[in-house]
Design a protein around this ligand. Sequence first.
Ligand code: NDP
Length: 783
Amino acid sequence: MDYGPAPESQKEAQAWLDGHQRKFGLFIDNAWSEPAELFASTNPADGTQLAELTQATDADVERAVEAARRALPVWQGMGGHGRAKVMYALARLLQKHSRLFAVLETLDNGKTIRETRDIDLPLAARHFYHHAGWAQLQSEEFADYRAVGVVGQIVPWNFPLLMLSWKIAPALAAGNTVVFKPAEFTSLTAMLFAELCLQAGVPAGVVNIVTGDGRVGSAIVNHPGVDKIAFTGSTEVGRLIREATAGSGKKLSLELGGKSPFIVFEDADLDGAVEGLVDSIWFNQGQVCCAGSRLLVQESIQERFLNKVRARMENLRLGSPLDKSMDVGALVDPVQRQRIAALVDSARAEGCDVWQPACELPADGSWFPPTLITGASTSAAVAQAEIFGPVLVAMSFRTPPEAVQLANNTVYGLAASVWTESISLALDIAPAIKAGVVWINSANQFDAACGFGGYRESGFGREGGREGMLEYMTALAEDARPALPVVEAKAKGNVKPAAADPFAIDRTAKMYIGGKQARPDSAYSAPVFGANGALLAEVGVGSRKDIRNAVEAAHKASGWTSATAHNRAQVLYYIAENLAARADEFAARIAAMTGSKNPEKEVQASIERLFYYAAWADKYDGLAHQPPTKGITVALNEAVGVIGIVCPNEAPLLGFISLVAPAIALGNRVVVVPSEAHPLSALDLYQVFDTSDLPGGVVNIISGNADELARTLATHADIDAVWRHDGSAEGCAEVERLSAGTLKRTWVGGAKGRDWYSAAQSGGRAVLAHASQVKNVWIPYGV
Ligand code: NDP
């Protein structure tokens, strides 16, 4: 069948550009600056220049941050309803001007009008509607939180307006003000959005838009007046931002790259799966962070399925993005085309089979044909690197466990698509895949009510849903944290002889690895002095090797994560029971270490905290969202994995329990460094654990130098998160900086203290959120 051309008119969009003399300044404090130091924005479909934009300077970023700071009281003073009305107006305006936005986006980005018109615009408007609702409900639903403050937001070029709405809508709903940087290639719809802000009555300084290249992003990231950075882009730049913000106290969310698996089982609806694949890897020319770029197909149907895929690829229409019947548009820039071509060439050089349908590429502009690669090894560059183009790499598997293994064979963890007619198989596979989103019998589904974001090197934090709102808020309890109590962490030097005890037998406080007492690999011990200066005991000095052994043991204890929440709760209750049975002994230990006058209070609070998290273990449930599609999206609170924990020096037993209990209650396994100054009550706990049915490897305890051990935890490739709460500002900054290597999640206390007795500061959903990550599983139903 032949198709005639069905071009969408670009008259209005070109007129809008003409109306601005095709030159744009910066949008700061509700005013446009004079265009200066211009750079060009081109149409990737034909290479023509569309407009020129201003490269913002550091001084411009300064002005934008100041304006945002000034606007905070105004915006927050409007209250939830006031903000909701403005955001509702923004949503309406996006709808009223949707075609202008869609055409402008297509001209600027090269994606097809079908996608901008039917996907990007409706989703962008939906984001503002949904978050207008959160603004309205904020005081009720987030009563214990406040807005973070001034938020810096940086986005890439693949979904310019949609990413803008994902960033700006939740930030505004929560009462923040923003300094937003669009991508250099695609800033035009952000300029049009600025006009809507004026029309919708957004107060001056609430939304500031600064254009330019990575230097502008960097200026925002490093500005001391910015309280939070929300970034979407490459893992490489995400890492730089993690390092740059380390120790600054800035809140951070990172939405980074992916290499998402698209898994097809032999019982799947194969034609449905082929269409899903088209939406997964050829949507937006594959320039999608969650593109299903790795096809994993069951061996028994491999040939049949790949033949169907090839037949469908022959029918994909590539050409003018403004033609309403095109499936594949232009790549954003020739640079991107070269990058994709180089990766595909590397596959050819490695002997892979590279197949492309007969397809005529337009003479001008930036194009790449839909491509299927087979015969790649699992370690091939095309199987591991994010190609970010219309290139699919296919592999086969035999069994469901093998599918999971292949799916997880990547440093990323953004999304996955699972195709099978067996709901039981699909729901068995979904939790096993390390990814923030799993689409069952569907692909690339998004909605404002459902969180989106990654595991592992795909970043942390979520956009959308309740969890997305929390990224833009700070718990009020954090503001109430006390200054750090002074605890002498080192030996006092002035050693007094211990009082003579007729029953004394030298007792060595050992470390605890894999459910067994362990001697330090270094064979060094360090003295622990009591409050009265007397030598209390000597503890092992843990080293890199001990941490390695502990991490290995923690990984082996994965059965704890798959155990039922009821089972984990029972173990926590049992630990509390056994601690209570030895309360006097623990109280005496605390008194001897810290000189506490009321050590029983700390033991009692520790027992209560164990009960508290045992209670939460089977109640920290997920949610079932009802997005506007036929289906449900189940938001699961999953364990993070293996967490390294550095405990506080104050309240050495309660601090330890307050961090370890929530982590293990939700199924994590931990490697814990107890208080460096007062480690003994934590080391004594192994006797309690041993009698409480806690499986070996779930809790591992390594005593020693907190700085050195924290460094090892933060750089260990098989640790998923690091928490540090010993009051060392430098040490916390280092943990954040070093964790950038594998983009671990971090929770650090900085130089402030924490009232470990306070349920608000040391308990509640805010702590549980650190111990979990949300996975959204999309389950469509019906025919
Ligand atoms: P980049 O990471 O290069 O750029 C993203 C944004 O950051 C752009 O606005 C860019 O500016 C800016 N930037 C560049 N350098 C710095 C810096 N040092 N400090 C602060 N900001 C900086 O990604 P791309 O634009 O190349 O986008 C493609 C990548 O983004 C892909 O790898 C893709 O996986 C990822 N991505 C992830 C998504 C997700 O949701 N997880 C969604 C979309 C894309 P400029 O445009 O001027 O270079």
